[in-house]
Write a protein that binds this ligand. Structure first.
Ligand code: CP
Length: 321
């Protein structure tokens, strides 16, 4: 594990919209805090530091993990939770819908932190503009934009599994247009690691993201076939299949492209024995259930990690330690 980083508190009193807001030391500070909170939870000794504070969920799109992990984190630290998982039951949707600006302006009167998911890119930034300095906004996924708290969960999981991030070789596979992949690559930019990108057909990294990697990192290799990549990597990060259906058509040339289902037999044949597979979930066919009971499975632990890392994030954003 890393040595204690300098105290950054860069997010205190600020909105979290993008992984570009984090320096490496901010991330390692969060990982260290999350470890302490995980231990405190195991000992039944979590500090109730958010008594009297309120988290507002504003979810305009479906979610299981992100909304409930934020809410659980707030509740476990003694805070309260309100909000909606379906805008149709509020004036944020339905026939008498008001503007998004007005919605977030209102929510900033009720809570200390607003967790926002919306199908359109940029709505979290609009929420931050509307909330001003009355409440902190967390981007919980905006269209194909970013999903920074998923990346915090992902990098924390990698850090816990390997005890480091520097030096790792990470394969990113499947639909690389997803917001979780964009945030992940931005989160890795201060680390000395190599990312091998194996996209599903027509679902590769966009040019802006490739340019960002060229400017600051991580080192990026674009690959065609999983069989080139699996023997070389320490970890595989599969993005979910949400924008389109899982392809059932296998290429005639025999190439194993990025949407090839990851099965226990495939990883046993081509992967290193200590290869770890991560996935933000939900999964469709990209992670086969035959992996669930193998040591390759990193995704259940990753899902578990979503609560301690968000407790750490709330602690930094809201203070109260
Ligand atoms: N990983 C993730 O964002 O899951 P949910 O859509 O269930 O929140």
């Amino acid at each position: 594990m890393v040595t204690a980083p300098a105290p950054p508190e860069a997010l205190h009193g600020r909105h979290l919209l993008s992984m570009q807001q984090f320096q490496r030391r901010d991330l390692e500070n969060l990982f260290t805090k999350a470890e302490a909170l995980r231990l405190a939870a195991e000992q039944g000794a979590l500090p109730l530091r958010f008594a009297g504070r309120v988290l507002v969920s504003a979810f305009f799109d479906a979610s299981t993990r992100t909304r409930l992990a934020h809410e659980t984190a707030m509740l476990r630290l003694g805070g309260a939770v309100t909000g909606f998982a379906d805008p149709e039951v509020t004036r944020a949707g339905g026939a008498t819908q008001e503007s998004l600006y007005d919605v977030f302006r209102m929510l900033s009167e009720y809570g200390d932190v607003i967790v926002v998911r919306h199908p359109e890119t940029g709505v979290a930034a609009l929420a931050a503009h509307a909330a001003g300095d009355r409440a902190a906004v967390i981007n919980a996924g905006d269209g194909t934009g970013e999903h920074p708290t998923q990346t915090l969960t992902d990098l924390y999981s990698v850090w816990r599994r390997f005890g480091k991030i520097d030096g790792l070789r990470i394969g990113v596979v499947n639909d690389l247009r997803m917001r979780c992949t964009r945030s992940l690559l931005r989160g890795l930019r201060d680390y000395d690691c190599t990312v091998y990108a194996v996209a599903a057909p027509g679902k590769g990294l966009d040019s802006q993201l490739r340019e960002e990697c060229a400017q600051r990192g991580p080192h990026l290799e674009i690959c065609e076939d999983l069989r080139e990549v699996l023997p070389q990597v320490d970890a595989i990060y599969s993005s979910p299949t949400i924008l389109d259906e899982v392809s059932s058509v296998r290429p005639a040339d025999g190439v194993l492209r990025g949407d090839t289902p990851l099965t226990a037999s495939l990883l046993e044949q081509y992967g290193q024995p200590d290869l770890a597979v991560f996935h933000p979930l939900p999964r469709k066919g990209e992670i086969d259930s035959s992996l669930d009971s193998t040591p390759f499975n990193g995704y259940w632990e990753q899902a578990h990690n979503g609560v301690p890392i968000r407790m750490a994030l709330l602690s930094v954003m809201l203070g109260g330690e």
